[in-house]
Write a protein that binds this ligand. Sequence first.
Ligand code: SF4
Length: 227
Amino acid sequence: MSYAVKEIHYTLQGEGARTGRAAVFCRFTGCNLWSGREQDRATAQCPFCDTDFIGTDGHGGGTFDTAEKLAKTIAAYWTGNDVGGDVENDAGTATAKPYVVFTGGEPLLQLDEILIKALQVLDFEVAIETNGTLPAPPGVDWICVSPKAGTAQVQTTGHELKVIFPQEGFDPLTLSGQAFANRFIQPMDMLGDDAASQVNLDACIAFCRDNPAWRLSLQTHKLLGIP
Ligand code: SF4
């Protein structure tokens, strides 16, 4: 199998339980809930996307014809060292282990066990950020599911739920029975409409006050301009 990658870069995780952790982000091309074309946004199953996942033309992007080649490319982006050693905790944050986050688009359209293993052989911890409509292959170390309104969530287990809020007709509390150790509410980015984004942030704060099992996640990389 070959892998179509939009971009690869080394940065800090900006959202959720592992905010601030160094990671190689590998963004796969394509999503099953939106074509990525603006003319299709209004009719997309997921209409609020803030990501360009079309093509393979981003930094580090391309088509990789084997898992080993993609794994080695990802590994070359990791420049962290292991000074300080590993001290694992529940969130897995106190570790210097190399870390890759597969995102998209929808990473589970492409990520398979062979690629996961190829990275783990290189000592990587493997994370995904998925919309939850496809099952994760075995072996993923950290699964973050961000369900979308009106879609069928099949990946109902993992480490982190991250609900973009508010979504019309979607009550995050309907997910409360799912066994995720971390539950986050993250304000929907209104793509340049600051007043509307503030309304969403206020709604998230109110939600977390009312429902303490849920925590607020912010897109710190956007707020702080982390490249
Ligand atoms: S599921 Fe994720 S990648 Fe796909 S359109 Fe929605 S926000 Fe974008």
